[in-house]
Design a protein around this ligand. Structure first.
Ligand code: PD2
Ligand code: ZN
Length: 286
């Protein structure tokens, strides 16, 4: 019997795993035949995961997709109900893999939500989006909310929230953009879009100089409308209720629709919605 210590993942084994997958055999079936020929389960699972991940990545790059990069991710391997965010226990309400979406309960206290709104209110202006043609900023008809940006680390409240997010999704604070607060009145929305910058647009290289691509987003709900205003992922038919204090996190390992991270803010039907968004970059955001 081979032991986990002595078994080697050889090029032949990798090739055989890829052939099995290409022939349409399920992961369970391939694992079963590996176990039957004496492979230790731990080695077999690791060999399959690593081989198929590498194979899929190679195929994606061959097809002209941008290469996958490291992304933020909460530590959910052992399915915890709560994560320690430093100064607060945050509840895991929902987790999805493709796209990677995690819904957090109680990321912010009611007081923190109110304080953020109060600090943002006097500084609101019609929301701008990055103008991908030029790398500047512009008013966008797809985004009818009002908003403002805090500087990263601007005040104690912002620093506390940034530290919490960094710990929760395992991503350094310095790779985050400043928090953005948005206010939606009835009828306003944020039409479906991707948060990464389109590599085909001429302004994108300029934008990327400040910290590379966006690789993750955290949308925090500060005030809930009475109706409407959910965050939607239309391709996977997912809608997240904008419940105060909760947040939705999602990541995208390449700037490509294959991440299935198309998402939008549905029109607010009644009441007012306030959110704070934290976009996370590949590298230090300057
Ligand atoms: O307000 C939202 O639900 C929403 C939806 C899509 C916010 C954003 N995107 C964003 O801030 O990127
Ligand atoms: Zn967005």
């Amino acid at each position: 019997m081979k032991t986990a210590q002595t078994q080697q993942i050889t090029p032949e084994l990798r090739q055989w795993i890829v052939q099995q997958a290409q022939a349409g055999h399920s992961a369970e079936a391939v694992l079963k035949s590996m176990l039957a020929s004496g492979w230790a389960e731990e080695v077999a699972v690791e060999a399959m995961e690593a081989t198929l991940r590498h194979h899929l990545e190679q195929r994606a790059v061959d097809q002209g997709l941008p290469p996958a990069v490291e992304v933020p991710d909460p530590s959910l391997d052992d399915s915890p109900l709560y994560l320690d965010a430093g100064d607060r226990q945050v509840c895991i309400l929902q987790a999805m893999y493709q796209p990677r979406v995690v819904v957090f309960g109680g990321l912010l206290s009611d007081e923190e939500c109110e304080q953020l709104i109060a600090l943002a209110k006097p500084r609101l202006a019609r929301s701008l989006t990055v103008a991908i043609k030029t790398g500047g900023e512009e008013v966008n008809a797809d985004r009818t909310s009002n908003g403002m940006f805090f500087q990263r680390g601007e005040n104690e409240l912002v620093r506390r929230i940034e530290a919490r997010i960094a710990r929760l999704v395992n991503w350094p604070e310095e790779r985050g953009e400043g928090l953005q607060v948005l206010h939606y009145r009835p009828g306003t929305e944020y039409k479906p879009h991707y948060d990464y910058f389109d590599p085909a647009e001429p302004g994108t290289p300029t934008i990327l100089k400040r910290g590379g691509q966006r690789v993750g987003t955290v949308i925090m709900y500060l005030a809930e409308p009475d109706k409407g205003g959910g965050t939607v992922f239309p391709e996977v038919h997912l809608e997240i209720a904008p419940k105060r204090g909760n947040a939705v996190f999602f990541s995208y390992e390449r700037a490509h629709p294959s991440t299935r991270t198309l998402h939008g803010g549905s029109p607010v039907v009644a009441g007012e919605k306030w959110i704070a968004t934290k976009w996370l970059r590949e590298r230090r955001f300057l």
